[in-house]
Design a binder for this molecule. Structure first.
Ligand SMILES: NC(=O)c1ccc[n+]([C@@H]2O[C@H](COP(=O)([O-])OP(=O)(O)OC[C@H]3O[C@@H](n4cnc5c(N)ncnc54)[C@H](O)[C@@H]3O)[C@@H](O)[C@H]2O)c1
Length: 339
């Protein structure tokens, strides 16, 4: 049994707490902590778990074997390093960190302390993404020619994510999943990106955060010559939209749909057809969020190598940083320019 403490009682902290408690029998949540003590207490009371008063109190507790870090991105480095130095295994939400310097330090400290570290790219555990990966690996799609990956969020993430300095922008906060799954599906790293980022909807936010963009398109070429595009936008309001289209020499593969697979199609007498969209990311990737934690717990219990790991977090970060640089400088940016 692995005793886990959840660090951060916000949107994702509550999601992982629920999943571990209800669906991961080899682990138990022994407590939760948040900078916002009232919030931590509220969540702890609701789930009947211990409310730790500080990160340090968690770090000093030998009963805690692993932590699930769900705090804002700009805190990931310090919190992850703190726990790894205390020999706690770490599951850390994406993106890995803000700077590559921080990311490489996380890798160094992880190796030094010989702890497990998994990053929250849960799409790799989604049944549809897995099926697509298998089709590609079995050669049924032939050689990949191009790929298009879209993620659009229904609402705005918390305010810290609007500040590009604290989040690396929506390309990191929302689209790092696309950067990771493009690498994973195509089996290659990014070579060059050319991105545009504009404010088309949330205009009032740009007045407060000048680097902010709510809509971005990233054209890219991978090292294996696959070309593609990543599209992101937030808030789109029509639903949570995560889709991938892969063109191969032997066919076309698509993952995901804006429409909820289980929903009915309602054709009105006005000849208008209505169908429910997928409303949120916790709903779309419900199974994947459970399977990624199960995989992390198994890597601890069986001394396996957690995957996706720190290197995956680093490669996604490099592509995001290059895309942000491309937006700012209005030119193509090779990945080697950022690290
Ligand atoms: N995998 C996914 O699909 C997914 C989805 C959304 C968010 N995320 C990631 O999860 C992380 C958290 O996002 P969120 O939307 O839950 O944010 P959030 O703002 O809802 O929650 C973060 C919580 O962390 C707390 N916190 C901040 N600094 C802290 C500190 N130093 N110590 C303890 N607690 C602290 C805040 O008070 C807040 O309650 C981000 O890195 C985000 O990118 C991942």
């Amino acid at each position: 049994m692995v005793n886990v403490c959840v660090i951060g009682a916000g949107r994702v902290g509550v999601l992982h707490t629920t999943n571990i408690m209800k669906r991961v029998p080899k682990a138990r949540v022994v407590g939760i902590v948040d900078k916002n003590a009232d919030l931590a207490k509220k969540v702890a009371d609701e789930y009947g778990i211990r409310c730790f008063s500080s990160v340090e109190e968690v770090g000093e507790d030998p009963n805690v074997h692993a932590v699930v870090i769900t705090t804002p991105t700009f805190t990931h480095h310090d919190i992850a390093v703190y726990f790894m130095e205390r020999k706690k295994h770490v599951f850390c939400e994406k993106p890995l960190a803000i700077t590559l310097e921080e990311a490489f330090n996380i890798k160094k400290i992880c190796e030094k302390n010989k702890v497990k570290f998994q990053i929250g790219f849960m799409r790799r555990f989604d049944p549809a993404f897995r099926e697509a990966k298998e089709i590609i690996e079995n050669g049924l799609l032939g050689d990949i020619m191009s790929i298009r990956s879209i993620t659009r969020g229904p609402g705005l993430p918390p305010e810290w994510a609007w500040d590009v300095k604290k989040s690396n922008g929506f390309l990191a906060e929302v689209n790092s999943h696309d950067f990771d799954s493009v690498r994973w599906l195509c089996g290659s790293e990014f070579e060059e990106v050319f991105a545009y980022g504009k404010v088309r909807k949330a205009i009032e936010i740009a007045e407060k955060y000048p680097d902010f963009y709510d809509t971005a398109i990233v054209n890219f070429v991978l090292k294996n010559d696959v070309i593609g595009v990543i599209e992101g936008s937030c808030p789109v309001e029509y639903g949570y939209d995560a889709r991938v289209e892969i063109l191969g020499t032997k066919g076309l593969l698509t993952i995901g749909d804006v429409q909820n697979f289980q929903s009915v199609l309602f054709c009105e007498t006005t000849k208008r057809a209505i169908r429910k969209t997928v409303s949120s990311w916790p709903e779309r990737f419900k199974e994947a969020y459970v399977l990624e934690i199960e995989s992390f717990i198994d890597s601890i219990l069986n001394d396996g190598e957690p995957s996706p790991g720190i290197s995956d977090g680093i490669e996604a970060m490099k592509a995001v940083l290059a895309a942000n640089k491309s937006i700012q400088e209005g030119r193509p940016v090779r990945i080697e320019e950022v690290g």
